[in-house]
Design a protein around this ligand. Structure first.
Ligand code: FES
Length: 112
């Protein structure tokens, strides 16, 4: 594990599938992010929709659509691929979420 990894949570604290938001520091800047657990993988993105720069969640920690297949923006309904953050429908015009690097080490989730 790299020295500049920062702890977020235990993988076991996240239902499969589910999402959870965090405030982290990237450099000196505080940034709102969310992570998605899907099976035994996690994906993380900055909580900013590329369409109108709004936060994405419907309710606290709710970033997924009803089928829990895609990320969905509460503001205008844009959908994003969980695995790469690419917009797949809605008014985000082929843009993508900004990815945050995360990894699982011994059952714990870290960002770098
Ligand atoms: S702000 Fe997300 S779809 Fe418009």
């Amino acid at each position: 594990m790299a020295q500049n990894n920062h702890y977020l949570c235990k993988l076991s604290e996240l239902a499969d599938p589910s999402s959870k938001s965090f405030e982290i520091k990237i450099g000196r800047k505080k940034t709102d992010i969310f992570i998605i657990r899907k099976e035994d993988e996690v994906y993380a993105y900055q909580n900013i929709c590329p369409h109108a720069q709004a936060p994405l969640e419907w309710n606290p920690d709710e970033f997924l659509d009803e089928q829990k297949e895609n990320i969905i923006c509460a503001m205008h309904g844009a959908k994003f691929n969980i695995h790469n953050g690419n917009c797949i429908s809605g008014p985000c015009g082929g843009a993508a979420l900004t990815r945050v690097a995360v990894e699982i080490v011994d059952g714990e989730v870290f960002y770098t």
